[in-house]
Design a protein around this ligand. Structure first.
Ligand code: BGC
Length: 751
């Protein structure tokens, strides 16, 4: 029976009149879905809405006993629509075969995985990529990730994470595009395009998943899984636009999240998932819950039990249940008891089947299981070259007093100090489930690859080496062995490269911190070295902005290298010695101290923003208001001069803002020219500054370029409390500059 239907589908697709008109293709997909839905039992429909985690070695015998046995039985009965964490063509093929050949209807599975910044070959962590402000490079990086991941049988990635976050205490800032909505929306588009390509049915693309819908990045106090409580203005204007951008870029799926938003768990939030996403934005893909987040509505105090959670989840528009089993165990019952209308089930299943059709899984369920490709693609040298390029573009030069950088390749006695310099793991960052440990090029290896002479001392050991994705990183706070040797080496050297920062697994999911300083004894080590040699280049490796106040005041050169992925050491060496001129700009504000957090450039003005002679104005008694390094900040080995701001208001539908940028230094460099606006008076107050455009240009020494931005309603308007997009006449401030704090300013009036 099943096989017949399966071949019927293939035949109907095969004989469908061949034309490349998308509408016709869509119609035929919808017809195929109709025909499938008609034949599905309620149980089978609910099965499509169920996703299980990989559970046993599928290359071995079927599992015996417990949870795994139940899952196996469910697979055979057609009660599973998708698997996550099953990788490798062999494993994927076996499971697919089981479902295609043994279930009544043979509907193929979709295989999901967290392909966050690469599969085997790793690009920089997403926050680092955001620092490149280079959308072409970011798109390409996602394309490479899709290329490798699709070669191991996968066809769906749980990325991009497009959560805006203003709180570096939250460990997952490493996984997103930073604090800014405009930049975040551009990155969301680029990453969706990169993963999905121009044709989802090609075997080297993945369906993307914009997550976590919504406001997960606003977890109170940066504490993982915590509540988000934000107003509608922030939700509509700061949080939702990157999701909308992903939807406009045709993202196929969205993931909701673990958090409560304004009293309602987002997994059970109808307003977000049905009213906004599916109705207002016209999203026709499907929504997956986060891991067990349907079930977690019980401890949240929103659902009575798992059955109630299933009812609430589906009513709210969560189409697929990741791993909580709420749907597969209780939805049929909920429908039979009249608690859930079957049309809601049909809608969810239609969405899931649509993505499966678009992926081409009905034409060939094994199209992602090409063993030859699997052998060829992983760690391909082209991928290594692409992630090196991305790594270079992600580096941010934070400080460079007296042009200490770039260093000369000879003529200097170079010391390298710090455990992270000799670490092949940390630069790979977090969220790298498919990768192999110790496959990152360390800083020491990078230097050797370029034949740089240096001496190395680790200094005190800071991190336990065996730290992994699941376990807390243990930090040494007391054992100073190695300190003396490091200081002695620094003393006899001309320049000291201090490689300091966070362990690769100190950021990511479940990795919140209350302190944002250098962990363990690293600051003690740095201070001790500084006592004997001031010629220090600090190479920072970290998954989030750090509060490095002392360092920024005392260390002459600081290179922000985040966690740059497989090619980290090579990229860092190129930047240190001037083979590459850094051009990255911070996608998140660096605070002076944790107490300033959340600190972000696009805040509102208080009623008392300016210094007063008394204490009654907006400030701290013990800290400045200003950040350590603002959003958009980053230096170069050359310098740029901004002149000639022009604002042309003579066009009917747009305002043209331009400025001339000149390279006033001695080497070629790239600059990210940034445009900010300020709607001075509005019916809902607007931030003191908002990024509304950027362009990355390259200039030879002495050369200059006029850069023009076009502002239309899209950039000038905002969402009011009723989620209506409005453009209000009035005066706007405008700034074109090198970061969010420095630039040429002017005003214009919008009539
Ligand atoms: C994370 C998601 C991820 C999922 C599957 C959850 O813990 O929040 O972002 O996609 O696990 O691994």
């Amino acid at each position: 029976m099943k096989a017949n239907l399966y071949y019927l589908l293939i035949i109907s697709l095969y004989f469908a009149p061949f034309n490349n008109c998308v509408m016709a293709q869509e119609k035929s997909i919808e017809k195929n879905i109709d025909s499938l839905l008609q034949q599905m039992t309620l149980e089978e429909k609910v099965g499509q809405m169920n996703q299980y985690n990989g559970f046993w070695d599928v290359t071995g015998p079927a599992p015996q006993g417990g949870n795994a046995e139940i899952k196996y039985e469910h697979l055979k009965k057609g009660l599973v629509g998708s698997m996550l964490n099953v990788v490798g063509t062999e494993e994927v093929r076996k499971l697919q075969k089981l479902v295609v050949e043994e279930t009544r209807l043979g509907i193929p599975l979709i295989f999901g995985y967290d392909v966050i910044h690469g599969y085997k070959t790793l690009a920089p962590i997403p926050l680092a990529e955001a620092a490149s402000w280079d959308m072409e490079a970011i798109e390409n990086s996602a394309k490479i990730a899709a290329q490798e991941a699709s070669a191991v049988g996968l066809n769906w990635t749980f990325a991009p994470m497009v959560d805006i976050s203003r709180d570096p205490r939250w460990g997952r800032v490493m996984e997103g595009g930073g604090e800014d909505t405009y930049l975040g929306a551009e990155i969301a588009k680029a990453r969706v395009k990169g993963f999905q390509g121009d044709d989802l049915s090609k075997p080297n693309t993945l369906a993307a998943c914009a997550k976590h819908f919504a406001a997960y990045g606003f977890a109170e106090a940066g504490k993982e899984y915590n509540t988000a409580d934000i107003g509608t203005s922030t939700l509509y204007n700061a949080v939702l636009p990157p999701f909308k951008a992903a939807v406009d870029a045709d993202v196929k799926t969205l993931m909701n999240g673990f958090n409560i938003l304004n009293g309602i768990p987002v997994t059970g939030n109808k307003m977000l998932q049905r009213d906004i996403l599916k109705e207002k934005w016209g999203f026709d893909g499907f929504v997956i819950s986060d891991w067990s987040s349907v079930g977690e509505m019980v401890p949240h105090g929103f659902a009575e039990d798992l059955k109630h959670a299933a009812e609430l989840g589906v009513k709210a528009g969560s189409d697929m249940d990741m791993e909580s089993s709420a749907y597969v165990l209780h939805l049929v019952e909920n429908v039979k008891e009249g608690k859930v209308d079957e049309s809601l089930i049909d809608d969810a299943v239609r969405r899931i089947l649509r993505v499966k059709f678009e992926l081409g899984l009905f034409e060939d369920p094994y199209k992602y299981c090409n063993e030859e490709r699997e052998k060829e693609e992983l760690y391909h040298e082209d991928h290594q070259a692409a992630v090196l390029d991305m790594a270079l573009k992600s580096i941010v030069l934070l400080k460079n007093d007296d042009n200490l950088l770039p260093l000369k390749k000879d003529q200097q006695k170079i010391a390298v100090i710090g455990q992270l310099a000799n670490d092949n793991n940390s630069s790979l960052g977090s969220w790298r489930l498919g990768s192999d440990n110790n496959t990152g090029v360390s800083v020491l290896e990078g230097l050797k690859n370029q034949s740089i002479n240096f001496s190395y001392e680790q200094g005190p050991r800071i991190f336990n080496e065996e730290a992994n994705f699941l376990n807390e990183v243990k930090v040494n706070e007391t054992d100073t062995s190695g300190m003396q040797e490091a200081v002695a080496l620094a003393k006899e050297s001309d320049v000291v490269l201090m490689v300091l920062g966070e362990h690769g697994f100190q950021s990511g999911e479940g990795r919140s911190r209350t302190q944002l300083d250098l962990p363990g004894l690293q600051l003690d080590l740095l201070k001790a070295v500084h006592e004997v040699n001031k010629n220090i280049v600090m190479i920072l490796m970290n998954g989030r902005p750090l509060a490095i106040h002392w360092e920024a005041e005392n260390i002459p050169a600081i290179l922000e290298t985040w966690q740059l992925g497989s090619q980290a050491g090579n990229a860092i060496t190129e930047a240190l010695f001037g083979d590459y001129n850094p051009s990255g700009k911070l996608p998140m504000t660096f605070p002076r101290s944790v107490g300033q957090v959340p600190i972000y450039y696009n805040h509102f003005s208080t009623g008392r923003p300016d210094p007063e002679s008394t204490v009654f104005w907006t400030h701290y008694g013990d800290e400045k208001n200003e950040p350590l390094f603002p959003f958009g900040y980053g230096l170069s080995y050359t310098t740029f001069k901004y002149t000639d701001l022009e604002i042309d208001t003579n066009n009917q539908n747009s305002i043209e803002v331009s400025a001339t940028i000149q390279n006033t230094g001695k080497v070629t460099g790239k600059e990210v020219v940034q445009l900010y606006i300020h709607d001075k008076v509005a019916s809902v107050v607007r931030p003191v500054k908002e990024l509304k455009g950027f362009q990355k240009i390259s200039l030879a020494p002495g050369a200059s370029q006029k850069v023009t931005f076009i502002l239309t309603d899209k950039e000038l308007g905002f969402y009011n409390h009723d989620y209506e997009f409005v453009v209000e006449p009035g005066t706007f401030g405008v700034m074109v500059g090198t970061n969010s704090q420095e630039g040429l300013t002017g005003t214009f009036v919008l009539n």
